[in-house]
Design a protein. Structure first.
Length: 520
């Protein structure tokens, strides 16, 4: 991580397991907003537990949203740097092409981008909330001073006239007594004399002098200048092949040197490529939510030890991508300070898993330093984020489904610290309801003793109804009940998650109505 992303080290990194990424459907979500280019860090490596780093990233994003012209100048620089990296990695130059000359104009383009970015950042500097953008301005100005301190325009006109939009180019060659190419030079580009012309034998001489070699005859003329279609051109053809090989060899070396130089003068921003990409994707994410009329907020950052998670109007982000005209259900949730374990019950297809994922996504986006999909929020970082979702039985294993589930629960609990969060979605299904209740209570109590916060989705209503007894007999996190309530209109698809005792009501009739409507 570079200048803009903060100096959070590995000790402050939030590591997500592949199971967690899969369960919360994070890969699908982030691929739309934050897919890393080749050579850049994945978004998972940018997750942090450091509240100060989160705050710094929030400020940069807020500044870019407030100053779209700054974000646009950063995008131009990022696109340029990405093109430079692609150019160097491709190793193109298998044959002579007019592109060889147009690529030299990248130097002038880079200087223009630095000037534009310096002017844009300078104009907005006094209104920045983030010190990082001021440091970026200093880097831009320093880079421009180091690489373009001379009278660039004059030197460019003198040494690279016609290179930017070449339509034609002329080479002159010096031949030895046997007609072989001894040296060659670029004489003109787009009808203008090219002074930095020497490629071969005269490379040690003053490069500002044009290559003085005799004119070669064209293919369709004899020595006396008269057109003669029957003239023997075998020697001209041989010369053409030799000249092409000569140019290919010399321009391959020349282009390699040019790419090395271009990489050297842009190296500061190549190292910053992950940072630039991160913030550009963050701005794109916010603009997408705005386009859908969806709310987002920069969560208030709470200390890790408070185990806070409060959100008003929290919603499941992927629903916006599925149907922009669909009414997205918003829910409120507030974990008690010091840790709280919620037992979430309710009817099937009532949005319990969706709600669980919305909490997990919000926590991840918060620790990425991005806004969260809610009207308002106050969240503290977690040291660990663990998910245990129900899974299909693996027929190749001999332990059976219950054995698989217990192993998954044990594995995740062993790696969970007191400052972690756990999200469980029907983690135990491979046994009878009574045995499920017994095992679930044992696991729940072990989480409570460690003062873990989290949400447990279950169809075992007695697990939630027994929360008061567990709170009286076991120390640690408070255990509370959440339930899913249907809106007054039975034809509505949406359901609200609220604090409350389980209703012991399946909503089967309403579910049948819903299925019947779909069938019609």
């Amino acid at each position: 991580m570079g200048l803009l992303l903060g100096a959070a080290g590995d000790e402050h990194r939030l590591v997500l397991s592949p199971e967690c990424i899969h369960d919360l459907m994070l890969a699908q979500l982030m691929s739309e907003f934050c897919e890393a280019e080749e050579g850049e860090d994945s978004w998972t490596s940018l997750l942090t537990t450091d509240g100060e780093v989160i705050r710094q990233r929030n400020l940069v994003i807020q500044d870019l949203l407030a100053h779209p012209e700054v974000a646009e100048s950063i995008r131009k620089l990022y696109d340029f740097v990405r093109a430079v990296c692609t150019l160097q990695a491709s190793g193109r130059m298998q044959q002579l092409s007019i592109e060889v000359f147009s690529e030299f104009s990248l130097i002038k383009q880079y200087r223009s981008l630095l000037n534009e970015m310096s002017e844009t950042l300078s104009a907005a500097r006094d209104s920045f909330c983030s010190p990082q953008l001021g440091e970026l301005l200093a880097m831009v100005q320093k880079n421009a001073q180091q690489n373009f301190s001379y009278d660039f325009e004059t030197v460019w006109r003198e040494l690279a006239s016609g290179v930017e939009e070449p339509q034609s180019f002329t080479f002159l060659f010096r031949l030895d007594e046997e007609g072989r190419v001894e040296s060659g030079g670029l004489a003109a580009v787009h009808g203008e004399r090219y002074k930095k012309a020497l490629l071969g034998g005269d490379a040690g001489k003053d490069r500002r002098q044009p290559c003085k070699v005799p004119d070669l005859q064209t293919l369709d003329k004899t020595v006396d200048g008269e057109y003669n279609p029957s003239a023997d051109r075998s020697h001209v053809w041989a010369l053409s092949i030799a000249a092409n090989e000569y140019l290919k060899d010399h321009f391959t070396a020349l282009k390699k040197q040019f790419h090395q130089y271009l990489h050297a003068i842009t190296s500061d921003f190549i190292e910053l490529r992950t940072d630039l990409s991160f913030y550009l994707h963050a701005v794109e994410y916010c603009r997408t939510l705005e386009k859908h009329g969806a709310a987002y907020c920069f969560a208030q950052i709470e200390p890790m030890e408070t185990k806070s998670f409060r959100a008003e109007g929290l919603y499941y982000l992927p629903l916006l991508r599925q149907d922009r005209f669909r009414t997205v259900v918003q829910n409120d949730i507030a974990f008690q300070e010091g840790g709280e374990l919620f037992i979430l019950t309710g009817r099937n297809q009532g949005g319990k898993t969706t709600f669980l994922r919305s909490v997990g996504m919000a926590q991840v986006l918060f620790q990425l330093g991005w806004p969260v999909p809610a009207n308002g929020a106050a969240i503290s970082p977690v040291a660990d984020l663990v998910t245990v979702f129900s899974q299909e039985e693996d027929q190749e294993l001999h332990n059976g489904k219950l054995g698989q589930e217990l192993k998954a629960v044990r594995r995740n609990l062993e790696g969970l610290s007191k400052d972690g969060m756990i999200l469980l979605n029907e983690p135990i299904t491979g046994t009878s309801p009574m045995e499920n209740l017994y095992i679930s209570r044992v696991v729940l109590c072990s989480l409570k003793v460690k003062a873990i916060r989290g949400i447990w989705v279950t169809h075992i209503y007695d697990l939630a109804s027994g929360a008061a007894y567990i709170n009286e007999t076991v120390e640690g996190s408070r255990v509370s009940s959440l339930t899913v309530l249907q809106e007054e209109d039975v034809n509505k698809v949406s359901y609200k998650v609220v604090r409350g005792e389980p209703g012991f009501y399946s909503y089967a009739r309403e579910l049948l109505y819903k299925i019947g409507d779909k069938a019609k």
